[in-house]
Design a protein around this ligand. Structure first.
Ligand code: SF4
Length: 413
């Protein structure tokens, strides 16, 4: 039985769901799998030897930590190292300097090949959907993610502070990865290019029922976009309520979906939906156009009213500091939050959020960047606003927001 180590350098401070799914898929294929949350629980370090090491790099915050642990494992172990996740794909050149391969598909879909690699039955350059220093193998046919995450390989979620929410112990579940939309600043678009990887409803429900056995009654769908499917997430929520009993939910979706999917949202509220996170970005039609959000400020205001009418809390996220904002617009932002009564629910860090131009950001290739002063910082491209008052305001707000907590539109970017 080949031994495989699955390492999570960072997954938004939550019990690492994606790594647990990958671990489950490998275990289902006959591997002896060890899970390691290197960020939250670095000690004790798992003892090898291992036949294969997989490292998950899904978020920007995990990038440096991911590179550092891959570098260390490459020195300490003879096992091939495969890196996966959207920021691994976006930074594949950097990872291929120290890792053996980067997976360009969901690892669950190539679990059979990965176990064969670990067992010495398949050479690295014949594993589907891997990019190596010498080439790339095509992706296998698409299929839904059907595994129930192997959460037992990681510390229980009660030990993760981020799982203790105002709604009680929170369980992180998901119905799909990726997103059909193409907002220009978004890493999900950068990595998935408008594609999605949906789950089987049975797998989502089985995971939720197992979480309920641990005391979870509040479920957070961590999908970048809940309405990647009109049916999967809703069917999962219906069945979770049927099997677990009364519980509550939160999820992330777009402003236009909040406006268009009224009956679906009404139904979800009746099932226990309490909170919806949505990336409002900034109340400026010009900024919304640059971000390709397909909404206007009028839509944004209608969405705020719709949330109140339907009976869930809208948790907005914003990116006020961009190269295209005007100083006076920034000064009016707090008034907008007060007028719309969003000040009460907006994370204080939202006032200082600055656009991250990560390596591979679709914005970098857009004509909007033509006149923007930039500096290459390796994993991201720093930018300077043409108006020094904007930079000074950001520096001021950044200092006052320090330690105020973290706000993000979804845990995927
Ligand atoms: S910002 Fe949201 S809707 Fe837009 S591409 Fe990213 S995940 Fe999809």
């Amino acid at each position: 039985m080949p031994r495989i180590l699955v390492v999570s350098p960072y997954e938004a401070e939550l019990q690492p769901l994606v790594s647990a799914c990958v671990a489950a898929a490998l275990r289902d294929e006959g591997a002896d799998v060890t899970g390691w949350d290197y960020h939250q629980f670095p000690d004790p370090e798992p003892v090898g030897p291992f036949d294969l090491i997989l490292v998950s790099v899904g978020q920007y915050e995990g990038l440096e930590r991911g590179l550092s642990i891959v570098g260390r494992l490459a020195v300490d172990s003879d096992a091939p190292i495969v890196v996966f996740g959207q920021y691994a794909q976006l930074n594949r050149r950097d990872f291929l300097r120290i890792a053996d391969a980067v997976a360009i598909d969901e690892p669950e879909r190539i679990a059979g090949d990965l176990v064969a690699l670990a067992a010495g039955r398949l050479p690295l350059n014949e594993v589907a959907a891997l990019v190596t220093r010498t080439g790339m193998r095509p992706k296998p046919p698409r299929k839904r993610i059907s595994v129930v995450p192997a959460r037992d390989l990681f510390p229980s979620l009660v030990h993760y502070p981020a799982h203790h929410s105002p709604y009680g112990l929170m369980g992180n579940i998901e119905a799909s990865r990726g997103c059909h939309h193409k907002c220009t600043y978004c890493s999900v678009y950068g990595a998935y290019d408008g594609q999605i990887a949906p789950y089987e409803v049975d797998a989502v429900v089985a995971d939720a029922v197992a979480l309920a056995d641990e005391g979870v009654r509040h479920f957070c769908f961590i999908d970048a976009e809940f309405f990647n499917s009109r049916t999967i997430g809703i069917r999962a929520a219906e069945r979770i309520v049927a099997e677990v009993g009364p519980c509550t939910f939160e999820m992330t979706t777009r402003v236009d979906h909040i406006l268009d999917y009224t009956s679906e949202l009404e139904h979800l509220v009746s099932l226990g939906l309490r909170q919806v996170t949505s990336a409002l970005e900034f109340p400026s039609d010009r900024i919304l156009r640059i971000f390709d959000k397909n909404i206007t400020v009028t839509d944004m205001k209608a969405c705020i009213r719709q949330a109140r009418a339907l009976g869930f809390e809208l948790k907005p996220t914003f990116i006020p500091f961009t190269p295209w904002i005007e100083y006076d617009e920034l000064l009016g932002f707090e008034d907008f939050l007060d007028e719309t009564d969003l000040a009460r629910v907006t994370d204080p860090t939202a006032l200082q959020t600055r656009l991250l131009l990560f390596k591979g950001s679709p914005l970098l290739a857009s004509p909007w960047m033509a006149d923007v002063e930039t500096i290459d910082r390796g994993f991201y491209v720093d930018w300077r606003h043409a108006d020094p008052r904007v930079e000074n305001l950001w520096a001021e707000r950044r200092a006052s927001a320090e330690g105020a907590g973290k706000g993000r539109c979804c845990i995927k970017c």
